[in-house]
Design a protein around this ligand. Structure first.
Ligand SMILES: Nc1nc2c(c(=O)[nH]1)N[C@H]1C(S)=C(S)[C@@H](COP(=O)(O)O)O[C@H]1N2
Ligand SMILES: [Mo]
Length: 357
């Protein structure tokens, strides 16, 4: 990984990554289920071109009953359709200073799609994991060079996480087939974790007898304070609330223009650790906070709607929102508090500059 940069300008490479990997338009927070084209994307290498008619998924390694599953096999198994908030663990990275050079997300690397597929646990049970198995590796068909290392995109889960409720192999998104950019023909969904765990374009599932040492496991997606040291692995999503920016935007700066008077500010909040317990709104850059009204999420892994009646007075304001979950986790106020070498899990509260006229 290159040293974090102190430049206040984005490099050509970062702009290139941002063009390939677009974010969710924040006004998309109005939809309980994010329309496919609004859902963010994160694609490390190239989108692989896969023939679904000959597709087969091997489930092997330390198992007593290796399987090879076609898409038809997978579709004849019990089907579930589940709304899941997916968020990139790099979300918020661009707010950090110095800034890690990678996808320059502010807050838009999120979406909540309805994934259709089949639960993973019964498949692993059918494959009969042997007693030596400690982790399950999920390999993708996409291949590239990163940090000087040529590799397939591969990630693992400890057994208990792989066997957790909600973990599924998905072949559908929002009622249609899985689009190529989201993992066609088959992807993993790990609903409570950051997005990197939900491996797309699945090529293989294999059980292994020691912790996985692949690049995307031991080099990337670690929370650490310097280039050195293992740090700790990124796992579940930190609590995060976002608002639909109110009013209308200035084309270039995106500063919002709002008419004076009562304005309903709305948004959504989520956490991978525990249910969202409260959302607070601040009209004055975090000096004063007030509780927002909460609605009900459409599913256990979906985001929770919130709203706040803001009395917009003429002048310049900085609107903020923050979420707290039932585990007591909340969002940091300060970018420096969230700083880490790779820029992961930086769930700093959202700030939206607004001019009321
Ligand atoms: N095979 C493969 N799986 C992958 C990735 C990838 O580059 N290759 N990116 C991961 C990351 S970092 C994220 S945040 C999510 C993004 O999923 P989406 O593009 O469907 O929103 O996919 C994950 N799964
Ligand atoms: Mo990601």
């Amino acid at each position: 990984m290159t040293e974090p940069t102190k430049s206040q300008e984005y490099s050509r490479e970062e702009v290139g990554l941002a063009l390939r990997n677009h974010g969710m338009h924040l006004e998309g927070l109005r939809y309980p289920v994010t329309p496919v084209g609004m859902h963010y994307l994160l694609i490390h290498y190239d989108i692989p071109f896969i023939d679904a008619t000959t597709y087969e998924l091997p489930v092997g390694g330390l198992v007593r009953n290796p399987l090879r599953l076609t898409l038809d096999d997978l579709k004849t198994r019990p089907a579930v359709t589940v709304p899941v908030v997916m968020e990139c663990s790099g979300n918020g990275r661009a707010h950090l200073y110095p800034r890690p050079v990678s996808a320059p997300w502010r807050e838009e690397a999120v979406g909540c799609a309805e994934w259709t597929g089949t639960p993973l646990r019964p498949i692993l049970q059918e494959a009969r994991l042997s007693d030596e198995a400690v982790e399950v590796v999920f390999a993708g068909y996409d291949r590239g060079v990163e940090g000087g290392v040529e590799q397939d995109f591969e990630r693992s889960l400890p057994l208990e996480d792989a066997l957790d409720d909600g973990v599924m192999l998905a072949y559908g998104m929002n009622g249609g087939p899985l689009p190529p950019q989201h993992g066609f023909p088959l992807r993993l969904i790990v609903p409570e974790w950051y997005g990197m765990a939900s491996v797309k374009w699945l090529k293989e599932i294999r059980a292994i007898g020691e912790p996985f040492e692949g690049f995307q496991q031991t080099d990337r997606y670690r929370h650490k304070q310097s280039e050195e040291g293992p740090g700790s692995p990124m796992t579940r999503k930190n609590p995060h609330a976002l608002m639909v920016p109110p009013g209308i935007p200035d084309y270039l700066s995106r500063v919002r223009h709002v008419r004076a008077g009562r304005t309903l500010v709305e948004g959504r909040a989520w956490s991978g650790w525990a249910p969202i317990e409260s959302v607070e709104f601040s009209p004055d850059d975090g000096r004063t906070w007030d509780a927002a009204a909460l609605g009900e999420p459409i599913g256990h892994y979906a985001w929770r709607p919130w709203s706040y009646e803001w009395d917009a007075e003429p002048g310049e304001h900085e609107l903020c929102v923050r979420a707290t979950d039932a585990s007591g986790r909340t969002q940091p106020t300060d970018n420096d508090e969230a700083w880490n070498y790779g820029g992961y899990g930086a769930n700093v509260l959202q700030r939206v500059p607004v001019i009321v006229d």
